[in-house]
Design a binder for this molecule. Structure first.
Ligand SMILES: [Zn+2]
Length: 349
C-alpha cells in the first residue's frame, strides 16, 4: 500500500466478502460497481425467484454472473465471483458435497424472517439433520456464513443481533474446525463476542455500519435508503465497529453487503432493506479510515484479512484513489446509491 497523504492511495484490489448481485436485469446493472475495486466477491445466494440451493444452482448462477461480466466490462476484468449456497432446513450433507464440487466455498444461513428473502430461512440450528449438514461443511472445508439475527417475539430489531449471539457461541464451540463468519456485525456485543471466540470465528463489517446509527435511519425523517438489516444501532456500537475495523485484528474484514433494490421498492409504504454501497465503497472507506487516522490499516481490512481467513492467495492487482471531491449521483440506473447527492473526498481513478 502506498499512501501520499491528501493526494493519492494505491492499494491491493479488494475481497468483498459479502455482496448481493441479484439476478438480471439488476445483475448486469450493478456488477461493474463491484468489479471496479474487487478482484473477488462473495455472491450471496438469497436471489429470487431462483435461490441458490444446490450444486446445479451454483453452476447456473456463476454462469449468469460471468455473462453479466462480459456484457458490462472489458474481457480482461480482474474478477472472480466466490459462490455460496443457502442453507435451509432441508439442506443435506449430500447437497453440501455436491455444492462443493460445483465450486461453492461457503454456505449462508438466514434465520427465518430476519431480512430480504429469508422467508424460507432456517428454523432450528440444532436439530440433528442440520448439525449433520454443519459437520459436512466442516469436513469439506466450506465456510459457514451467518446472518446473525433472531426474530423473537417482543424483541426490537436493534436487539436481534444480541439475541443471536448465544447461537454463534454454541456453534463456534461445537464445530471448532468450521470457519464461521458473523456477517455484517453491527453491535458492540457482537464485536466482543467475535473477539472472545476462537480463531475459527471472524466477522465482516460493512461501510454503512461504519457511518450510521439508528438516528440516521429514523431520527430526522424516515430515510429509506439507510434502511438495512441488521439495523444501524447506538453510538457505542458505531464506536466499537470503527475500533474493530481499524484495529488491525485479522478477525474483522470487509463484507460490503452492497444490496441494491430498485428505487420504488425502497421508497414504498413497506420499503425493502438493503443499502447499495458498491458505487462509493473504496472512496467511502478511505474517508472513514482517514478520519480515524488509520489509513495505513485500510488495505489489511479490505484486501488481506478476509483472504487469509478464507485461505485464498492475496490479490495482485491494485486500485488507485486520488483526493478529488465529487458528488455522488442521485440515482444510478434504477437504484439510489448510498450517500446520493453528497460529497466524497476520494475518487477512484
Ligand atoms: Zn446481505
Amino acid at each position: 500500500m502506498k499512501i501520499i497523504p491528501n493526494e493519492r492511495i494505491t492499494m491491493r484490489r479488494f475481497d468483498d466478502l459479502h455482496c448481493h448481485f441479484r439476478l438480471n436485469p439488476l445483475l448486469t446493472e450493478v456488477l461493474p460497481y463491484t468489479t471496479r475495486y474487487a478482484s473477488r466477491a462473495i455472491a450471496m445466494p438469497n436471489t429470487r425467484p431462483r435461490a441458490i440451493l444446490t450444486g446445479k444452482d451454483v453452476i447456473w448462477y456463476r454462469n449468469e454472473i460471468m455473462k453479466a461480466l462480459e456484457v458490462s466490462s472489458d474481457s480482461e476484468a480482474d474478477f472472480e465471483p466466490l459462490m455460496t449456497i443457502e442453507i435451509r432446513d432441508n439442506t443435506s450433507s449430500k447437497m453440501i458435497e455436491e455444492a462443493c464440487r460445483a465450486g461453492a466455498i461457503a454456505g449462508k444461513v438466514y434465520p427465518l424472517g430476519v431480512t430480504t428473502n429469508s422467508d424460507e430461512g432456517l428454523k432450528n440450528f440444532f436439530k440433528p439433520e442440520i448439525l449433520d449438514t454443519f459437520w459436512a461443511m466442516q469436513d469439506e472445508g466450506m465456510l459457514l456464513l451467518l446472518h446473525g439475527e433472531l426474530d423473537l417475539p417482543r424483541t426490537l430489531v436493534t436487539k436481534r443481533e444480541r439475541a443471536f449471539l448465544p447461537i454463534l457461541r454454541t456453534l463456534a464451540e461445537k464445530f471448532p474446525e468450521l470457519k464461521i463468519v458473523l456477517e455484517h456485525v453491527s453491535s458492540e456485543r457482537g464485536i466482543n463476542m467475535v473477539e472472545r471466540l476462537g480463531d475459527n470465528v471472524a466477522a465482516t463489517i460493512t461501510a454503512h455500519h461504519l457511518c450510521l446509527t439508528l438516528n440516521d435511519v429514523i431520527g430526522d425523517g424516515i430515510r429509506p435508503h439507510h434502511g438495512c438489516n441488521p439495523m444501524p444501532k447506538d453510538f457505542h456500537d458505531l464506536d466499537a465497529l470503527l475500533r474493530a475495523a481499524t484495529s488491525g485484528d485479522p478477525k474483522f474484514f470487509l463484507g460490503s453487503d452492497s444490496a441494491p433494490h430498485p428505487k420504488e421498492k425502497k421508497e414504498g409504504a413497506k420499503g425493502s432493506c438493503g443499502v447499495f454501497t458498491a458505487p462509493v465503497l473504496p472512496e467511502l472507506l478511505a474517508e472513514i479510515f482517514e478520519k480515524e487516522g488509520k489509513l495505513d490499516r485500510l488495505e489489511d481490512f479490505t484486501s488481506r484479512f478476509g483472504a487469509e481467513f478464507y485461505g485464498l492467495p492475496l490479490n495482485q492487482g491494485t486500485i488507485t484513489l486520488v483526493k478529488n471531491k465529487w458528488i455522488v449521483p442521485e440515482q444510478i440506473g434504477s437504484v439510489v446509491p448510498f450517500r446520493a447527492g453528497t460529497e466524497l473526498q476520494w475518487r477512484h481513478q
